[in-house]
Design a protein. Structure first.
Length: 605
């Protein structure tokens, strides 16, 4: 069984430590009113936009959006896993860390903690098996992998056999192990319907590469077969923990090096990442058996200003590079650089760095072809640029690609370069391309006192953000507002309920409670709205903000119910009680629009 740190201890720990002291050990803070500020350690900047609030026990960067409590800061800055960050923080204040041995999820949370515990148990088993397998050890040594690097990436071995994990999990045959992707249930036998399906291990006779999330939790595995066998690489399937299109292998281990170099190198395979790290190139990550996605690119551009895609120089490598280019276009930003490094056709990053060495690889990466050059050179190579027809085809192919770029300066430069290559005037190219998408116009509907760009759209999350700033204000949120059909309403109910039970807790403690729960992603979205500095500086009346969003949600709930009643009356199926309710709701909505308190005793609403 895996160990779990009790939530009560985490709350007590965050109540004992001071986030200002924690951050100041790594980043020198300066007093700025009620808060402290510094240049953000997570992205390059000249003017401080990184704020630490002692009253909220929370940090927020208004530049890159990084935020969190003391535990989150240690994870982000030092690359520690969640439990490791807790232990490191507890050590600074002399608090011994109690641990319970349980696979049960926390009440009110998702099933993820239980599945994560099982993945950790599997990892421990695979790592122990690696030490026993001469063939697996010889394979890794033959690829130049040292014991230190194998330990850093948590490499293991899944031995031959069909049900080895049965010795790890007592409920192997009947439990929810399938949700981890570690096992497969055979299909029912159509000829023998009474015959039960058989469960067996997914990974057999493979070197195992654990895939970690941003907190260091094991969410999946990649397995490389030893000797002959297909497929050569086998990955975990999509599970409640693991979504291939969002995750990158090695990102957890590479975060510090990526930040220091302000560059991330994207390769195709697990062994490429491991071999590069073995040879001193530690800022490399890999996609997980799938093509690059916009989520991958957006995630990487948040971590570094330079993203280098490194592919083999063969046809398959260039095809993969083109796919990476296509998905990068909509998420590009001015000041960010995406480039492409093509190795000789006979090489991959693993073989190249082992033969040529670290310095040669880094020199090649520094000369990678910028996206703009790769875009136009690839398109031009497929047509006859000396003829009008060829250039017309060139423009036709380039138009939909260039139109996707929203970064203002880069978009203008690409359009100008397109005009040069096509031998057209800039105005002629502008006429051929789709009009640039204007920024969305604000709604005529009344806005809250402070509307911040990038804030979450759902009103439930706007209210969640304000309750996180002032948990005591949860008492002002009526039950009728909490009842909604959108997924965000469930997060609002959970946050409001917890804040009512613990109105004295800080933002850092409340956010820690929901870490790892089904509401974590929604809370992260709510916290994108940078309210922290405004609230601390007295620029934001949080009580008025809560009242505003309560009115917004109340009006929305009333309108929804009124719509239901209108449909019933139009169909001629409304009862006298429902018709009376409609009249009362109509009056109540008018009162709600004027800001008056709702009339008591009108049905549910």
């Amino acid at each position: 069984m895996a160990t779990m740190i009790p939530q009560e201890f985490i709350q007590s720990l965050l109540g004992r430590v001071d986030i200002v002291d924690v951050v100041d050990r790594y980043v020198k803070l300066k007093k700025a009113g009620a808060n402290y500020s510094a240049c953000c350690p997570f992205h390059n900047e000249k003017t401080p936009s990184f704020t630490v609030s002692p009253s909220k026990q929370f940090y927020h960067c208004f530049g890159c959006g990084a935020h969190g409590n003391a535990i989150g800061f240690l994870m982000e800055y030092s690359g520690l896993a969640y439990p490791e960050a807790i232990r490191a923080l507890a050590e600074t204040v002399g608090m011994p860390v109690p641990e319970t041995r349980s696979r049960e999820p926390r009440p009110g949370g998702a099933e993820a903690p239980a599945l994560t515990a099982r993945m950790l148990d599997a990892l421990s088993y695979y790592r122990a098996e690696l030490k026993k397998s001469r063939s697996a050890i010889d394979y890794l040594k033959g690829r130049g992998v040292s014991g230190e690097i194998a330990a850093r990436f948590g490499l293991g071995y899944a031995p031959e056999g069909w049900q080895n994990l049965a010795q790890v999990f007592a409920d192997y045959a009947t439990g929810p192990l399938k949700d981890t992707g570690l096992v497969i249930d055979s299909e029912p036998d159509a000829e023998h319907p009474d015959k039960k399906s058989r469960r067996y291990d997914r990974f057999r006779n493979r070197v195992m590469f654990p895939i970690l999330d941003a907190r260091g939790n094991v969410i999946g595995f990649g397995g490389r077969v030893i000797g002959p066998g297909e497929p050569k690489y086998l990955n975990s399937p999509e599970t409640p923990l693991f979504e291939k299109g969002r995750e990158l292998y090695g990102l957890y281990q590479a975060r510090r090096a990526v930040r220091d170099a302000n560059r991330v190198i994207v390769v195709e395979g697990y062994m490429d990442v491991v071999a590069l790290a073995q040879n001193g190139v530690e800022n490399a990550v890999a996609t997980l058996g799938t093509a690059t996605t916009p989520v991958h690119v957006a995630k990487l551009l948040k971590l570094a200003d330079n993203v280098v895609f490194c592919f083999d120089g063969d046809a398959a490598g260039r095809k993969a590079a083109w796919r990476a280019l296509e998905v990068s276009l909509p998420v590009l930003a001015d000041g960010k650089v995406v480039s492409f490094l093509f190795l000789p056709p006979e090489d991959d990053p693993d073989t190249y760095v082992r033969r040529e060495g670290r310095d040669a690889f880094l020199a090649a990466a520094a000369q990678a072809k910028p996206l703009s050059q790769f875009l136009f050179s690839e398109l031009a190579s497929a047509v006859d640029m000396a003829s009008e027809e060829g250039r017309a085809r060139f423009v036709a192919e380039a138009k939909p690609l260039v139109a996707q770029v929203q970064a203002p300066a880069l978009s203008a430069m690409l359009r100008h370069r397109l005009a040069e290559l096509a031998r057209l005037d800039a105005a002629e190219v502008e006429a051929l391309l789709p009009a640039r998408t204007p920024p969305p116009r604000s709604s005529a509907r009344a806005a809250p006192p402070r509307t911040v760009r990038g804030a979450p759209a759902a009103p439930e999350l706007r209210l969640v953000a304000r309750l996180l700033m002032r948990p005591d204000l949860s008492a002002q949120v009526p039950e009728e507002v909490l009842d909604g059909a959108r997924p965000e309403a469930a997060t609002l109910r959970a946050v409001a309920g917890f804040c009512r039970s613990s109105p004295h807790l800080t933002l850092g403690q409340v956010s820690a409670y929901f870490q790892g729960s089904e509401h974590e992603a929604a809370i992260e979205q709510a916290l994108r709205e940078p309210l922290l500095g405004q609230a601390e500086a007295g620029e934001l009346d949080l009580e008025a903000e809560v009242s505003h969003w309560v009115r917004e949600l109340r009006g929305e709930r009333l309108a929804q119910r009124q719509g239901e009643l209108v449909r019933l009356m139009s169909a001629g199926t409304a009862t006298p009680e429902q018709m009376a309710e409609y009249q009362a709701l109509f009056a109540r909505m008018e009162a709600s629009k004027s800001g008056n308190p709702p009339t008591e005793g009108v049905s549910k609403f």
